[in-house]
Design a protein around this ligand. Structure first.
Ligand code: GLY
Ligand code: MN
Ligand code: MN
Length: 435
């Protein structure tokens, strides 16, 4: 588990960056109703979690830089034994200090009373507007009130600055502790994918494989980091297929995109393999194209390369491979220039990975593709999807959807693949499925 020391370190680092005279406000995620009287499983806001480790709703973190390391204040729900009988233990005001390293805590209902006092005298507020309109209005109201009363005794904050630039840049670079959590999350997801390969047989339903994944994640005390995609045959061409309830036919491929979430951190793996354990010639030919593209893109995932270089490496191999197979026509230059490959490769090659599966952080800096640096973690996931009704290609390619996705850490040396335990060469997959 991420330690309180690490959470405190993050808060201090953020306060150092915003500096004295600023106040930082981060709010917990709201609860969401699924239907009458029933909530969706609560998932804490990732920014809030990153800075506090606090998993309860109805809370707000306020950081006030200055003095020795600044001050951390938690507004949260008061302990309520009646409520605890229904929902389990609550940290309460004392727990926020004793267990979460806060310097002060107040009941959330008293935010109107205590928050203005924390803001008074500050020069700027770091806060992400637009997530909670009611609270935005309150904050602006307090600022206006201060301004009308401000005199030489105290300063009135006159700026609200988006917090996400600073905070998300911190989140983009993973610490050693974060990488440990991500390795565990990856390990659990790898186990799920291996068990899925080993249990898959023609005649089973996609739902059977979905259940194998959920069983594996749950018994390792992980959640799914997003709704798993278990798409056989042409379902694999539906990029966000989550129904996962068709029978799986002999001769079809199965695409599984599923990741675990451990201690808040996501993994995100895709493997595509034959339902019956043996690739057909056409499946193998197309699979090898995606695999070559993925390996080329991973090899490009190095310090000093740019984010776009990773995508371009994959695109070049996908385009050349599809030209060689006659799926698209012309020269490589034409394919790249006219983007003829894009009919079948419709997404980008990856995204940052962390507390959010599509993690935060800018992909461009000053209008240029971002240079890769050690500590960045992202997915590399090229894919080719040929619709069943595509009359422009030979019949053997129709209805094939193939993606291969791994999670990669940029280091000072070779890229480190967190998810390499899941087989991905044709022979490794066939051997695993035969075993
Ligand atoms: N599973 C979501 C993604 O691959 O981006
Ligand atoms: Mn994925
Ligand atoms: Mn992904």
């Amino acid at each position: 588990m991420i330690s309180q020391k690490e959470y405190a370190r993050r808060r201090k680092q953020l306060m150092r960056m915003t500096g004295e005279g600023s106040v930082i406000i981060v709010r917990a995620a709201p609860e969401k109703i699924r239907n009458n009287d029933v909530h969706y499983a609560y998932r804490q806001d990732s920014d809030f979690l990153y800075l506090s480790g606090f998993r309860e709703p109805g809370a707000m973190l306020v950081l006030v830089p200055g003095g020795k390391g600044g001050k951390a204040v938690m507004f949260c729900r008061e302990k309520d034994p009646k409520r605890e009988m229904w929902d389990g233990p609550m940290a309460g005001l004392d727990g926020a200090i004793a267990d979460f390293g806060m310097d002060q805590s107040f009941p959330m209902e008293e935010a109107d009373k205590h928050l203005p006092a924390l803001l008074k005298g500050s020069e700027r507020i770091y806060y992400d507007l637009g997530r909670d309109i009611d609270f935005d209005h309150k904050l602006i109201g307090w600022m206006n009130e201060f301004r009308s009363k401000a005199h030489r005794d105290f300063h009135a904050p006159d700026e609200i600055i988006a917090l996400d630039h600073l905070l998300h840049d911190m989140r983009l670079f993973k610490s050693r502790v974060e990488l440990t959590a991500m390795r565990k999350s990856a390990r659990v997801a790898v186990e799920g994918h291996i068990l899925a390969m080993q249990s898959c047989k023609p005649g089973m339903n996609e739902a059977d494989i979905h259940a194998v994944l959920l069983h594996t994640f749950t018994r390792h005390q992980c959640e799914t980091s997003y709704l798993p995609i278990v798409g056989s045959g042409a379902n694999a061409c539906v990029l966000h297929y989550i129904a996962n309830r068709d029978p799986m036919d002999d001769g079809d491929l199965l695409l599984i995109d599923a990741g675990a979430e451990y201690d808040g951190y996501a993994s995100d793996i895709t493997r595509t393999f034959p339902v019956n354990g043996k690739f057909s010639a056409a499946q193998k030919d197309l699979y090898e194209v995606v695999l070559a593209a993925q390996l080329a893109a991973i090899d490009r995932s190095r310090e000093g390369q740019q984010w776009d270089d990773v995508h371009e490496a994959a695109v070049e191999f996908v385009a050349q491979g599809m030209l060689d197979l006659g799926i698209i026509k012309g020269t490589l230059e034409q394919a790249l220039e006219e983007e003829t490959y894009a009919r079948y490769y419709v997404h980008k090659t990856g995204h940052w990975l962390g507390l959010d599966v599509h993690d935060v952080g800018d992909y461009q800096v000053d209008g240029h593709s971002r240079a890769l640096e050690p500590g960045m973690v992202f997915t590399v996931e090229p894919g080719i999807y040929i619709r069943q009704d595509d009359q422009t290609v030979a019949e053997r390619w129709r209805g094939l959807g193939i993606r291969i996705e791994d999670n990669v850490v940029v280091t000072r040396e070779d890229p480190r693949i967190l998810t390499s335990g899941a087989p991905k060469t044709v022979s490794d997959i066939e051997t695993m499925m035969a075993g």
